[in-house]
Design a protein around this ligand. Structure first.
Ligand SMILES: [Zn+2]
Ligand SMILES: [Zn+2]
Length: 207
């Protein structure tokens, strides 16, 4: 079986291609039909050739959809459930996850702390700019949503953008030099956002 996906071909080049359809690989997995996926500013780092991304990566780490297959060990989800999925992949039970640092999970990316969907150096996880997505450790990595298709665009923000922004605010308030900078530059919002980004990316992973 195959599905369509957005495949990275090289700097400034992506293509919609047929790839192997994702399926259950572990009893803790579910597979979803993607209903909404976002293009993130972080995708542009790969797209514009600023990373070591190899051709073949499927983009898309801000994903939501409907569960179509459920692994035997999954206890909280069933076929038809509507879920939104955090951009990062985490086990939920390693020491870092237990302490809230799910962005540094030690079980999802051998030799490295932290994994994510479709991102260079963040593990082997295929991504959501495709027809289907496999969610590992699905009980931990899926947020169940109300049935139906209302507020699709708003719920999609929960995958990355809203927690990123919320953590940016919390970080700004607790980081005195940064707070001073943001206060001084609050008439230049674009400059503030650009300056926040490298800090908040790391901090967001720790929420
Ligand atoms: Zn993103
Ligand atoms: Zn973990």
């Amino acid at each position: 079986m195959s599905m369509d996906a957005v495949v990275y071909k090289g700097a400034h080049e992506v293509a919609v291609e047929e790839v192997d359809e994702l399926e259950i690989e572990h009893p803790n997995d579910v597979v979803i039909d993607i209903t909404t996926t976002c293009i993130c500013g972080s995708d542009l780092h790969m797209y514009e050739g600023r990373t070591a991304a190899e051709p073949g990566i499927i983009f898309g780490h801000e994903n939501m959809g409907t569960v179509t297959e459920v692994g035997d060990a999954v206890s909280s989800l069933e076929e038809g459930d509507r879920v939104v999925v955090p951009f990062n992949v985490a086990c939920g039970f390693c020491e870092n996850c237990e302490n809230g640092y799910t962005g540094f999970c030690t079980n999802v990316n051998p030799g490295f702390a932290g994994g994510a969907y479709g991102y260079v150096a963040m593990g082997p996880y295929k991504s959501g700019q495709a027809e289907k997505l496999r969610i590992p450790y699905a009980d931990f990595n899926s947020l169940k949503l109300p049935e139906g298709d209302k507020h699709e665009d708003a719920f999609a923000l929960l995958a990355d953008i809203f927690p990123l922004s919320a953590t940016a605010c919390a970080t700004s308030l607790s980081h005195e030099p940064l707070a001073r900078f943001l206060t001084a530059s609050n008439s230049k919002p674009n400059r503030s956002l650009t300056t926040e980004r490298p800090l908040t990316r790391r901090q967001t992973s720790r929420t």
